[in-house]
Ligand binder design. Sequence first.
Ligand code: SF4
Length: 71
Amino acid sequence: MVKEYSNGEIVVIWKPELCIHSGICVKMLPQVYKPKESPWVTPGNASTEALKLQIAHCPSGALSWKPAAEK
Ligand code: SF4
């Protein structure tokens, strides 16, 4: 399963089967990653640069990103 969350510029991709629940995403960007809410990722709450930096720190590879489709 792959979940996608867009902020209009990039799409945050989350692969739950890879997630080891280290919580690093939640610690780095608590305004974006809220495990108890649905959707649990709200990328509009951080800048694209902050999202990319955080995604690079995900230890499992569960998080990645791609450019959002042109409108
Ligand atoms: S940082 Fe990556 S592995 Fe850790 S909880 Fe977030 S998505 Fe899962």
